[in-house]
Design a protein around this ligand. Sequence first.
Ligand code: URA
Length: 200
Amino acid sequence: MSASAYVPAGADLETLRKAASECRGCDLYRHATQIVFGAGPGDARVVMIGEQPGDREDVVGHPFVGPAGRLLNRALVEAGIDRSMVYLTNAVKHFKFEERGKRRIHQQPGRTEIVACRPWLEAELSVVRPELVVCLGAVAAQTVFGPSFRVTRQRGEVIALEDYRAVATVHPSAILRAPDREAAYEEFIADLRTVRTAME
Ligand code: URA
């Protein structure tokens, strides 16, 4: 399973977005409402990568518009980062969920889906060519740094990769679930301040 057959070579973001809506590179398209492609300026210096769209994103069709997105917005403001200057996307572009009654419960994407969806992320990165990539959570971090990366140990560390520098922090949803939300939020802000400083 891979999206690679659906990704047009040398395409701009708009062409990629249109092509992505036809993606059948894994099975997640079968149950999701729509693909949620990345959003933001095509010349952004910073790309932020989440895990996968949530329930709200699946309905609206844009990344980070639900509860995690609201937390991220607030944190970005507090850290002095302008969201409109950031290209936001996800490691996996369809919502994976399990139906329980009327509710759709988020399910973590598996290795197969993450690997299958990777060509879209690579295509986005090769168009945007960011200076800094920010991984929100373990799925994004392992996609960018490899499977042995541990966010708990290496969060906030700016690491030079071949085409850009990259840094990982926790996923905003993890803050919403944290036993001590305030402390988790403060640590998240500290990581985002590192991002801002790295961009100066
Ligand atoms: N969580 C993510 O990882 N991405 C979104 O777009 C929304 C919630």
